[in-house]
Structure formats: C-alpha cells, structure tokens
Design a protein around this ligand. Structure first.
Ligand code: KIV
Ligand code: ZN
Length: 543
C-alpha cells in the first residue's frame, strides 16, 4: 500500500456550493493557481453542465494550469459526461469524475430506478467517460447509507468499466469514524478488482466529523482524500484540507504517511479563499482560525515563552504564519515593508509596492502598530487586479441621533469628468451607496454585506466584504479602512467596477430598488458623526 495520500481539492466545486459563496471565473483561476502552489494533486474545478460560467471556468483552469490534474464533475448521464470532457480536454492531466446514487433512499424516492438499472448506468457511463479520458473517477453517492454489499457491487462494475479512482462519499455527513473505517476495509476486502483503483473518500461535516471520518478512512487504507480549503462546502461543509494535512503532518507517528502539500502555503490559501468567497473563517477554526496560535491564559503564555512546544503542537511558521521581530509602525520604511510582506508570502514590487506603502503609511498614522493581519488586508484589498473604471474622490456623511443620514459622494467617471451626488439613506452606508448609484447608474442587487474588525481594538481596520448581483452574475467587493464608511464605499466601488468591466454599458437608470428607497428613507441607527473624507484619509469628527 502506498505511503502517500493524494489530496483532491474540491473548493471550486463542492466548496462553491457553500451557501453564499460564489466565484467569478477570474477568482477561480487565481485560487486554482494558488492550489497548485499549495501542492494539491487534483483540482476539481467545477460542474461544467451546471452553467455556461461553470463550463468556462473549468475550461480556463484546464487550459492554463500545469503540474496538477484538473477534474470536471458529471452525473452518470451522457450530456454531463460529454460536456465535462469538453471543459477539461485541454488539461495536462484531465480527470473525469462521474457519480450516481446507490442508496435505496435515493434510488427509490429520488430517481425511481432499480439497483439493476443503476448498475447498468454506472457501467455504460464509466465506459463513456473512459472513451474520452484515461483518468476516470466514480462515486457511489450516499455510499454511507447504501447496503455495503451493493457498494461493493457498484465499485466492481465501475472498475471493470475503467474507473481508476473510486470515491466513497458520505454525502449527508451521517457516518462515524469506526463505521466508515469498517466500510473502507470491507471495500478493500470484498471488491475483487479493487487493486486496479485508488480508494478515495469524500466526507461532509453535518455532525462535525468530516475530518475524523476522512482520517479513519485513511488509516483503513484510503489513499485519496477529497477536501476543501477552510472546510467550506454544501450545508455544514466538507472535510477541511488544512485539518487533514496538518493532522497527517503533525501525527506522523500515527499515520506514517505523507502528502504532496507545501504546508507553508496553507494560511495564504485560506485567506484567499475566505476573501474571494466572502465566507469568513471562524476565529476558533482549527489550524487557520485567528485564535489557532493565540494564547490567552497566563499559564499558557508563560509556558510558550519558555518553550513553544509546551502548549503548541504545530509551529505557526509551518502553515506560513511568519513570526517576526519586525514591529511595523509609522517609522518603518519601504524596505522593511517589502521584507515583512515577503515573510507573509507576498512579493510586491514597482507600482504595487508603492501603493501598498502609501496605504501602510496612512494606516500607521492612525494606529501605533500595524499588525500582520492589517498588512494582509492592505495587500488583499488594495492590490487587487481590478480596473478602476469609476474612482471615488470624496465621501462625506452626516448622521446621528435626530439627523437624517446623508452622504455626498464625488466620483471620477470613465470619461475623466467628476460628478457629485447627494443622497439620504437608512444609515450612512446606505446613503453613500445611493449617492454612488446615482453616478454609476448600474442596476444591481446587494446580496450580502459584512463588516468585521481585522484585529481587536477601537483603532482596528474595518474590513467590508459584499456581493452584488446583476443578470445572474455575482461580483465580490472588499474594502479595508479604519473608517467603516470608507471601507464600505471601497468595497462597493470595487464590485461595481467588476460588474461594469464584465458587461455592456451601464444602464440609464439607477436600480429601481435603491432609487425607491432614496425617496422613502427614514430612521437613524448609526452613532452620531459627520465629516469629510477624501478616500484614504478617513478622518471623521464626532458630532
Ligand atoms: O457529497 C457528494 O456525494 C458529492 C459527490 C458528487 C461526490 O459531492
Ligand atoms: Zn459532496
């Protein structure tokens, strides 16, 4: 049995099925490139039949990426398999992944087909896939609620038809570690041609056991694990890549196995996925949560200062979290910033470094110490490859108890002219967004808006993530600033610029939804303040 576990990343497919997560094809391509740096063996890039956008994203990833297998998902039906092949055929190593339910619950209630008919479909569709692609994966969906004898039979048929990987999904997150390990051992003992395929597992986290179940399966002989960055995925998510990998890495004594993952890329990948999907990482998330390496208790702090291993089982540097003696503040120069960013995994030069440095100086003027998370926010939010079609020159808001929140916004338009608009809203952010809409005039729907402090403290950077939608397409925006109104404006304008860049010219009318609210806005909820803020100099006077 191999001593290497293959890591199959499905962040861009199952992960994107996470409620609220959706990615543009540019964002998927960037994440895929980062997954290659991370060292995953297979990237499941999407479900090509699901939509033209999905198809296009899978095709771009297959064309552009080298050094990794690129996989497309397909139901066991001819149209799906043909479409998936079209999307992945230019990959260096294409993989076709087809699946079919095998549990009686699914066969009887959902698909209304007999077991025999399911076996026939598995046989003919795996053969069809094999006609296109050497590397074929088959998954018996809902395997953990399927009669084990029927799982064995389905896998035997799939392998005979040409499957080279058989993946055992715990589709509804129902199994337990002991039970799942028994199923994997049963498969290895009872499927006569199993030596012709790699056994893979794909666990969901409905009962919080996705990682434990996957690792129990590995101990029982599975050699591919399907997982996602930050554990995002359908419902409660999938097994989390960083947990699986760091468990195998940290407990070599137990697993006696390796992966091809460069663990130092874990933290950066986690941040990128969280930023692009807009799905935040809970602070106490294992391995990549903000508190994963933070010690609050005095006894623990004392121990760690004397000897790190007293209370830390992993070195923060092993996931790419650099510890540094450089304290970044307003006296730090451009060179120190470049070095620190490099330690954090970002190599900036030229114009990007200039912009980051200018932003760093603005923040350092307001905060005594600029933390690593602040620096990451600067890079992630300021150094984005987003064309500035519209740019904000000034934001001024006035709001508070007894006042109607009002915003004045000045923006430079694509033709170089500067336009000013004034709007009222339910709060300062709403008013600012309405004023922006009056200038940009692109209909869209605000799907979600979140704001959180990048670090603790009243002077923390506020990071805003939002998503807007138009014509079925979703655009993500980020903004970070010590002033949350300014951060909100940056996030909205970033998303609007992406929207404008993606399609036809702006419509003549402001979205009816927002325009209507301008007229009816009432109520005040924000604390009282007013002031004028050229962007990037968000100084607000309490008033
Ligand atoms: O959870 C599941 O069963 C799946 C399959 C498509 C592998 O995602
Ligand atoms: Zn799944």
């Amino acid at each position: 049995m191999e001593d290497r576990v293959y890591i199959f990343d499905t962040t861009l497919r199952d992960g994107e099925q996470s409620p609220g997560a959706s990615l543009t094809s540019d964002e998927k391509l960037e994440i895929a490139r980062q997954l290659v740096r991370l060292g995953v063996d297979v990237i499941e890039a999407g479900f090509p039949i699901a939509s033209p956008d999905d198809f296009e994203a899978v095709r771009r990833i297959a064309r552009d990426l080298r050094g990794v297998a690129v996989c497309g998902l397909a139901r066991a039906v001819p149209e799906d398999i043909d479409r998936a092949w079209e999307a992945i055929k230019e990959a260096e190593t294409p993989r076709l992944h087809t699946f079919m339910s095998t549990s009686d619950i699914h066969l009887v209630h959902q698909f209304k087909v007999s077991r025999e008919s399911a076996l026939e479909s598995i046989h003919s569709m795996v053969r069809r896939a094999k006609g296109y692609c050497v590397d074929v994966e088959f998954s018996p969906m809902d395997a953990t609620r399927t009669d084990p004898d029927f799982v064995y039979r389905a896998l035997e048929v799939a392998i005979a038809a040409g499957a080279t990987t058989v993946n055992i999904p715990d589709t509804v997150g129902y199994t337990t570690p002991d039970e799942f390990a028994r199923l994997i051992r049963g498969i290895l003992e009872n499927v006569p041609n199993i030596h012709n395929a790699i056994v893979s597992v794909h666990c969901h986290n409905d009962l919080g056991m996705a990682t434990s179940n996957s690792l129990a399966a590995v101990l029982a002989g599975a050699r591919q694990v399907e997982c996602t960055i930050n554990g995002i995925g359908e419902r409660a998510g999938n097994a989390s890549l960083e947990e699986i990998v760091m468990a195998i890495h940290t407990r070599k004594d137990v697993y006696k196995l390796t992966t091809g993952i460069n663990t130092r890329q874990i933290y950066k990948t986690s941040r990128m996925v969280s930023n692009y999907t807009g799905v935040p990482v809970q602070p106490n998330k294992a391995v990549v949560g903000a508190n994963a390496f933070a010690h609050e208790s005095g006894i623990h702090q004392d121990g760690v200062l004397k000897e790190r291993s007293t209370y830390e089982i992993m070195d923060a540097r092993s996931i790419g979290l650099a510890k540094s003696s450089l304290v970044m503040g307003k006296h730090s120069g451009r060179h120190a910033l470049r070095v620190r960013l490099q330690e954090l995994g970002y190599t900036l030069s030229g114009e990007d470094l200039n912009r980051a440095f200018a932003r760093f100086k603005e923040i350092a003027d307001k905060k005594k110490e600029v933390s690593d998370r602040d620096l990451e926010a600067i890079v992630e939010n300021e150094i984005q490859p987003v064309e500035e079609i519209y740019s904000v020159k000034l934001v001024q808001v006035s709001c508070g108890t007894g006042l109607v929140p009002t915003a004045t916004v000045e923006m430079e338009k694509p033709d170089g002219s500067v336009e000013r608009a004034v709007a009222i809203g339910t709060g300062p952010v709403d008013a600012a967004y309405k004023a922006i809409d009056m200038i940009v005039k692109v209909p869209n729907r605000l799907l979600e808006y979140t704001v959180h402090g990048v670090t603790g403290g009243i002077d923390a950077l506020g990071e805003v993530t939002l998503r807007i939608q138009e014509d079925g397409k979703t655009f993500l925006g980020h903004g970070a600033d010590t002033d949350i109104v300014v951060a909100s404006v940056k996030a909205y304008v970033t998303a609007l610029n992406k929207l404008v860049a993606s399609g036809p010219a702006p419509a003549a009318e402001v979205s009816a939804q927002r325009a209507a609210v301008v007229a009816t806005a009432k109520g005040v909820s924000a604390p009282s303040f007013s002031g004028t803020a050229p962007l990037g100099h968000g100084l607000w006077k309490q008033g």
